[in-house]
Design a protein around this ligand. Sequence first.
Ligand code: CO
Length: 202
Amino acid sequence: MKSYDQIFLANRAWAQSLKSADKEYFQKMALGQTPKYFWIGCADSRVSETVVTKSQLGELFVHRNVANLVNENDTNLLASLRYAIDYLKVKHIVVAGHYSCGGVKAAYDGLEDPYITDWVSDIKSTLNANGKEIEAIEGDMNRIDRLAELSIMKQVDKLASMDLIKDAWARGQRLFIHGWIFDLSTGELNSLKEIHPDDMIQ
Ligand code: CO
């Protein structure tokens, strides 16, 4: 047996258990999706959004990348965002980062890697812009965790300044933007920032 056969065995057992609770579970699932959330999360293996929020299939529309960054030139993010807002009509956009993030650490450490350095440069800018606050914190781990918080809040602000989202607000679409952080050491998800559509719809 190959080591990855376990993946397929687990999949069949999972599908079977859902089908025994509801014979038509997957036929119904195949008809379409109406998620209320668009989740922008980190690629980290320990922060699966569906697991940590105890969600079911169909509840979260997801985009993940290293260090949960909102890059206005990222066509992958833009296509997902467009589909989430204008086609699925999600109500909430969530930037969800986490403590002990390797991507944030790479920016903090000044890691030089041709495939990573440029991607995390936005976190480096956040570090430079908040140098005094970060330096006043004791210990690299705590500094990296504060940098993760600051970066999440910055991604929320970036979303709020994007045409895709401003246009939705201008049309009266009630779209909330959230900045959340997951604590790997406690399993708890907490809110850092929220932008409420009533404050943005004129
Ligand atoms: Co991460």
